[in-house]
Write a protein that binds this ligand. Structure first.
Ligand code: BGC
Length: 736
């Protein structure tokens, strides 16, 4: 009898297993079938229970939401971040998992990528990120981060791209395409107006409608409409009194209805404040809450309750699940032929190097101080803590555990070997500049208390060298998620160090590391050469050495304005960065970055778009296909550029448009086109741009549309926003 029962039990178990397997199999079969994504999603939808649907709408670990095993839906695995796949942490805590195979390529940070002004490189960058994410088993990369640089002080500027919406839009689209072509969903963040770190969990942001449309939203719009980003991350802050994670205007009206986004909105980690409001406003997934029990998330049991008591219609839930499944299908989560990826491969590091090579910006180069000539140098002094600092792991959620990172000193050693007598003195030593009590990065206090014992040794070394290279600037104690700087000063007594070294040896190159502008007024005039090197990724040191010695001709251009002093920046002058912690109003409106400096005649230290080369380019001629533009038509702009210097090099040709007379106050000129071209010595190339009516328009608050007013416009073609070489006028007229 017992035996018989056992046999029956076994048979039942077997039958159940077959049923489960066949359900899974069936699902796999339809996942592979020729049905459209919509049909596949609907088939799954028809089988999901309410509990299963709800389980997909919130985290079930730090970086996954639940899957539904019986239907073959896996967990959706997310990972930071924008510059490389983040180190693994434990499933349910922020503690490091301690794996030895969770390395990634450290790609140059966002500002460095933007400084290349090279859209093909942005695509390659995304490809590497996608490949590495796949190899690490991830489905979503929590990047790119594209918040506009509103103030030089935002702690996270280094991770983002630029002050200019056009440059951001052009770079973000290929980046996302690169990621998603590798069958990984991108998650563009932080939507929207997270332009400061100070009190990011509390602050309410007030911005007028024209400004959001012209400055802060275009990058996100391009990411969604042109890049087809499969997910978007809502920001922590409030906008017009409502948290971004429950902001109907942002999530439903603009993102989903106006822009047609049909992917999923994921909250920033622990950035949700309600169940019903967030659900109805358009948030799809809640992530990162610090609650011990995942069922206590706003989008867990509480969401089921509001559905069951009728406060939230089941169709609201269905819409969220559909969005998730659609994005999963589009990134081939169910597909056997999904990309397997590849991580820390030679070609991935090679891309990191290429990006760094084109990112470095030559800010100043008096009397051709650079490139350095080896034959003139017997003793080379390298000074500054940044010569030996590795930055990959810093900065917050974008930190990367990389296989290797070449420091500037190592790069020089690799390049020079024993060809010169290379000596190093640290000169300065960092301590944290993050003031927990105030929630800000306060370099002034660190400077006041700074012990300068390392300085004298460095100055002595400089005196006896033929040439000095100083690696100075910021590190991730200042360029940091969760706090903003209070000033633009260099920390750790570096101003004094730089000045004294420059006085001791005129042949000193100042090489800046960092991702945001700093005040260099105390020594800028006596420094013959200044370079901006950024946080330039795994190959940074090798690239810096190659740039310094002329193996690579610099071609990076600033993606933001370098003010002379903080008081010159628009957020300071006209706005109120960072507000009082609870409220911030972007009073400067559309006058962000160069739009302000240009229009208010404030001379920057280095302008937006600035970047020198070891060669020179002649802007020879500009021709327009006509001087009259009508709606629906284009004017073709053709510019000839010649490399009239002594070595090959690349130039970023920039096109700005000025509206001569307008019914609203507009910036003096705005970037509307650019192209990076490579020219051999003596070579001339033509660059073509198409200008249409949309490029002349501003956001008209009355009609709630972009509109161009009839009249004269000027095309400015140049090498930087303050270095315009050619101009041409045309007129927008009414069609007959
Ligand atoms: C950051 C996000 C990040 C998330 C997960 C948040 O604090 O703002 O950018 O993706 O953490 O680490």
């Amino acid at each position: 009898m017992v035996k018989k029962n056992r046999i029956i039990a076994k048979s039942i178990a077997l039958i159940l297993m077959v049923i489960i397997m066949s359900t899974k199999f069936t699902n796999n079969v339809f996942a592979q079938s020729n049905d459209s994504v919509r049909d596949k999603v609907e088939k799954l939808m028809s089988q999901l229970t309410l509990d299963e649907k709800i389980s997909m709408l919130h985290g079930n670990s730090k970086f996954t939401n639940a899957g539904v095993e019986r239907l073959g839906i896996p967990e959706w695995k997310m990972s930071d971040g924008p510059n490389g796949v983040r180190e693994e942490i434990k499933r349910d805590s922020w503690d490091v998992a301690g794996w030895d195979n969770d390395f990634s390529t450290y790609l140059p940070r966002g500002t460095a990528l933007a400084a290349t002004w090279n859209i093909n490189l942005a695509h390659e960058y995304g490809t590497v990120l996608g490949r590495e994410a796949r190899a690490r088993g991830k489905d979503i990369i929590l990047g790119p981060g594209i918040n506009v640089h509103r103030s030089p002080l935002c702690g996270r500027n280094f991770e983002y791209m630029s002050e200019d919406p056009y440059l951001i839009s052009k770079m973000v689209v290929p980046y996302i395409q690169g990621v998603q072509e590798q069958d990984v969903a991108a998650c563009v963040k932080h939507y929207a107006f997270n332009n400061q770190e100070y009190e990011r969990f509390k602050v309410n942001v007030e911005i007028d409608e024209r400004t959001i449309r012209e400055i802060y939203l275009p990058g996100f719009k391009a990411a969604v409409q042109e890049g087809n980003a499969l997910t978007v991350m809502s920001a922590y802050n409030k906008f017009r009194g409502k948290w971004c994670s429950e902001n109907t205007y942002l999530l439903t009206d603009i993102l989903k209805n106006e822009w047609g986004f049909n992917g999923a909105v994921i909250s920033d980690w622990d950035g949700v404040h309600s169940t019903k409001d967030a659900a109805l406003a358009g948030l799809d997934i809640e992530m990162g809450t610090n609650k011990d029990n995942y069922d206590d998330y706003y989008f867990a049991d509480a969401l089921k309750d509001v559905v069951e008591n009728g406060e939230v219609d089941i169709e609201v839930i269905n819409d969220k699940v559909r969005r998730i499944l659609t994005s999963m299908f589009k990134s081939k989560v169910f597909d056997e032929n999904r990309s397997k990826g590849e991580f820390i491969s030679e070609r991935n590091f090679a891309t990191a190097k290429k990006v760094a090579e084109e990112a470095v910006v030559l800010l100043k180069n008096e009397n051709k101080t650079l490139p350095l000539k080896l034959e003139n140098i017997k003793t080379l002094a390298v000074i500054g803590e940044n010569a030996i600092t590795k930055h990959a792991q810093g900065g917050g959620s974008c930190g990367v555990k990389t296989k290797y990172e070449i420091t500037p000193l190592e790069g020089l050693q690799n390049k020079l070997g024993d060809k010169v007598n290379l000596k190093f003195a640290q000169g300065n030593k960092s301590t944290s500049t993050f003031d927990w009590a105030k929630g800000v990065i306060d370099t002034s206090e660190v400077n006041a208390n700074y012990k300068i014992e390392l300085k004298d040794e460095a100055v002595d070394l400089a005196k006896n060298a033929d040439c000095v290279i100083m690696f100075v600037g910021l590190n991730h104690h200042q360029d940091l998620e969760s706090a903003d700087r209070v000033d633009m000063n260099l920390p750790y007594g570096q101003d004094k160090l730089i000045k004294e070294v420059l006085e001791a040896n005129k042949n000193t190159i100042v090489f800046l590391i960092g991702g945001s502008p700093i005040d260099i007024s105390k020594w800028v005039d006596i420094a013959p050469a200044i370079v901006q090197g950024w946080y330039a990724g795994s190959e940074a040191g090798n690239v810096f050495a190659e740039i310094l010695f002329g193996d690579i001709n610099p071609s990076g251009k600033l993606p933001f304005t370098f003010p002379k002093k903080l008081e010159d920046s628009p957020d300071y002058k006209l706005g109120d960065f960072p507000g009082n912690g609870l409220e911030v109003e972007y009073k400067e409106g559309v006058f962000v970055g160069y739009r302000y400096f240009d229009s208010y005649n404030v001379e920057p230290q280095f302008a937006f778009g600035h970047g020198l080369s070891y060669t020179t380019f002649k802007y020879k001629d500009v021709k327009l296909s006509g001087s009259i533009l009508t709606a629906g038509n284009n004017i073709e702009v053709v510019v000839s550029i010649e490399n009239n210097g002594a070595i090959a090099g690349s130039e970023v040709v920039q096109l700005y448009i000025e509206d001569v007379a307008s019914s609203v106050k507009r910036p003096k000129k705005e970037l509307k086109g650019f192209e990076k071209i490579f020219l051999e010595v003596g070579e001339t190339k033509e660059v073509k741009f198409q200008v249409d009516e949309s490029m002349l328009s501003f956001y008209d608050v009355e009609s709630k549309k972009f509109k161009a007013e009839l009249g004269k416009f000027i095309i400015h073609i140049g090498s930087a926003s303050d270095d315009i070489r050619l101009t041409k006028e045309f007129e927008l007229v009414k069609e007959n």
